[in-house]
Design a protein around this ligand. Structure first.
Ligand code: SF4
Length: 259
């Protein structure tokens, strides 16, 4: 399957299971996914091996102008989003103007919707870039992905395009000193004849050790909810995730489970 792609820079507002009434911002191309991961469960489909050759990004000015226009229209209609959420067709921090776009969004938010939160959903592969980290520290909800405990499971689930290591990502997540939200998608399956299961005891133990070190303000647990590009992926039940949440509770790490 090709996956679901957003066909505009600004989309919604839509009702989100995690972020209420959410106005989405897509900094990636409209016609293809552009990401530093190739997650087995990605709703946008698989990452093309030659994506670098084809990815055409909107300029920082075009993104800011699209956002400004939509804010003006929503204000006129009396529609106020709870969240302005950077997600879309891939990894938002890959946009070279990401930090400037965040600054511009904060300015527009103050002017039009001062109560709205700014949220970024990122896969945490660009935290080593100082301007990206700086921008993420300015927003309300800095939501960063951590799906695995071991390097092996990380490579099986997230399938990074570059040789990035999970241990490096953990170091970078810990450097936020708790000013972050972790999101983890739980699943099981057999992909390319390999077992994928981030709920296995060994995986969970390592994942909890990482979280103990990272000390996130919140952990969001969820499972697959739409069609996935790889087949044979099993959704993890809410009850099972509540058991995992109980382990976080006993470590005094706040968490929320989403169906
Ligand atoms: S990080 Fe997000 S956009 Fe990238 S492959 Fe994974 S799920 Fe898809």
């Amino acid at each position: 399957m090709s996956g679901f792609l957003f066909d505009d820079i600004v989309f919604g507002p839509v009702k989100s299971r995690r972020f209420g009434v959410s106005l989405g911002i897509n900094l990636l191309p409209e016609t293809m996914k552009y990401c530093s991961f190739n997650c087995i469960y990605c709703e946008c489909g698989l990452t093309a091996p030659d994506q670098e050759q084809h990815a055409r990004l909107y300029s920082t000015e075009q993104v800011t102008s699209a956002l400004h226009e939509r804010f003006k229209v929503l204000k006129t209609q009396g529609l106020e989003p709870d969240n302005i959420t950077f997600a879309g067709n891939g990894e938002p921090t890959l946009h070279p103007g990401f930090n400037i776009i965040i600054d511009n969004t904060i300015e527009l938010r103050e002017k039009y919707f001062p109560k709205a939160k700014i949220t970024v959903l990122s896969n945490a592969t660009r935290l080593h870039v100082p301007s990206v980290k700086e921008a993420l520290l300015k927003i309300d909800n800095n939501v960063l992905k951590l799906d695995a405990g071991s390097e092996e499971m990380f490579r099986r689930i997230n399938r990074p395009a570059s040789p990035v290591k999970l241990s490096t990502i953990i170091d970078n997540l810990a450097s936020f000193q708790g000013k972050l939200i972790i999101q983890t998608l739980f699943l099981r399956g057999i992909i390319n004849n390999q077992v994928v299961d981030n709920t296995a005891e060994k995986e969970l133990t390592l994942w909890l050790e990482h979280l103990e070190r990272i000390k996130p303000a919140l952990v969001m647990l969820y499972s697959v909810s739409r069609e996935t590009p790889e087949q044979n992926i099993e959704k993890v039940s809410k009850d099972e995730m509540l058991l995992i949440a109980g382990k976080l509770d006993s470590m005094q790490i706040p968490c929320e489970v989403f169906e």
